[in-house]
Design a protein around this ligand. Structure first.
Ligand SMILES: [Zn+2]
Ligand SMILES: [Zn+2]
Ligand SMILES: [Zn+2]
Length: 146
């Protein structure tokens, strides 16, 4: 499990990315906030540390980091894209997103191997990846309401 910036440094390096001050500030922000953030929020907050900083740069960094699994992208019901930090980018797993506090939790359960096999047999194709994301209300938020 990754809980500090140094572990992300290794992951970025092995993917051929440098930990530039901008990327570092973005990752630090997510480490601090511990929830999903929309690009505008990231821009707003990172701009206070690094300026000038354009929104397109933030979009590019968010894309880069999600392409190597450091960030997870989440599409809301309003079709807004937001991002959250993944604490184990190098393992196959999935995510639970809380609609209440916007926190994400790592989900070890996959259960899609059988589905992949069945689909491959049916279509005669080879499946390389799949997406599976679950959303709801986390245990913290449930307890607060109870
Ligand atoms: Zn994750
Ligand atoms: Zn919650
Ligand atoms: Zn899976």
């Amino acid at each position: 499990m990754v809980r500090d910036i140094s572990a992300y440094l290794t992951i970025l390096r092995s993917a051929g990315f440098k930990l530039t001050p901008k990327r570092k500030s973005v990752i630090n922000l997510f480490l601090k906030e511990k929830r999903t953030l929309v690009p505008q929020e990231v821009h707003e907050k990172v701009k206070r540390v690094i300026s000038p900083l354009g929104l397109p740069t933030i979009y590019r960094i968010l894309e880069e980091l999600s392409s190597i699994g450091v960030l997870v992208s989440v599409v809301s019901d309003e079709r807004l894209l937001s991002y959250a930090l993944c604490s184990r980018p190098q393992e196959h797993h999935h995510h639970f997103i809380c609609r209440g506090c916007k926190r994400i939790e790592e989900v070890d359960y996959c259960g899609l191997e059988d589905a992949e096999k069945a689909i491959q047999e049916k279509l005669g194709c080879r499946i390389d990846s799949h997406l599976f994301q679950v959303e709801g209300i986390c245990s913290n938020c449930l307890n607060k309401k109870g």
